[in-house]
Design a protein around this ligand. Structure first.
Ligand code: DER
Length: 227
């Protein structure tokens, strides 16, 4: 048995919770990729007959390449489980997400799933949201300056996310732009309320009251924190 690193360990841990015939939502990012591989292996070896749905085009490709059946979101009115990584996790299981792919589908699947399991290693644990990363705010392209002005009135500082090449602004899968915003002191519920009410905001990276459990991968074991 090759020695697993914490992210692999937590990905296998989550894959072991999947039961036959489940509809499983696939997150996006390096940890989600490890979960996809671990689920595909179990599905193959144990004939689980799972169905998957993806939060991004790239995870759908990885799932199909691994031999997992992938259906589109619009064919589902229910999913058993959604499994994804996160950028920050607070003690009350509030998450910061969105440094990777588009938030809209990640939050849609996380909120629709019967169980939402979050896979992290200890580097993601924080005392409060915004401690290590800015808060991603996905906005309608034409609204970006209006939204930025309103967020500045609430003490926000930030700018449009650039693409990987750094030569243009980044567009999400939905054709939105992303403002990466920092705030002096973040009360995540207050900020969630604010972001959920500003016209032009499509989605944001604060996931309050969504995680069913956070699994923290360690060198030897996985720590489970249930809501
Ligand atoms: O985009 C996201 O929210 C992802 O979950 C991501 O930020 C976490 O990615 P990682 O598993 O590669 O750290």
């Amino acid at each position: 048995q090759n020695i697993m690193n914490p992210k692999q360990r937590v990905a296998v841990h989550a894959a072991n919770l999947v039961e036959a015939d489940m509809i499983v939502g696939l997150g996006t990012g390096s940890t989600a990729n490890l979960f996809i591989e671990a689920l595909a292996k179990r599905n193959r070896n144990e004939h689980l007959k799972v169905t998957t749905v993806s939060s991004s085009a790239i995870s759908a490709v990885k799932a199909k390449e691994a031999g997992l059946p992938v259906v589109s979101i619009d064919s589902l009115d229910y999913l058993d489980m959604y499994v994804d990584g996160a950028d920050e996790v607070t003690p009350d299981l509030t998450l910061l997400k969105g440094r990777g792919q588009d938030l809209v589908r990640e939050k849609l699947l996380a909120s629709a799933a019967d169980q939402f399991y979050v896979l992290v290693d200890e580097s993601k644990l924080v005392e409060h949201i915004g401690q290590n990363f800015p808060v991603p705010v996905e906005v309608l392209p034409e609204a970006w300056k209006l939204v930025l002005a309103q967020l500045k009135q609430h003490g926000g500082v930030g700018e449009l996310r650039m693409n990987a090449a750094g030569d243009n602004v980044a567009f999400t899968a939905h054709g939105s732009l992303v403002l990466d915003m920092s705030f002096e002191h973040i009360d995540s519920l207050e900020l969630t309320m604010l972001l959920d009410t500003i016209a032009g905001v499509v989605e944001h990276g604060i996931f309050s009251d969504l995680a069913s459990a956070v699994f923290i991968g360690g060198e030897q074991e996985v720590e489970e924190h249930w809501r």
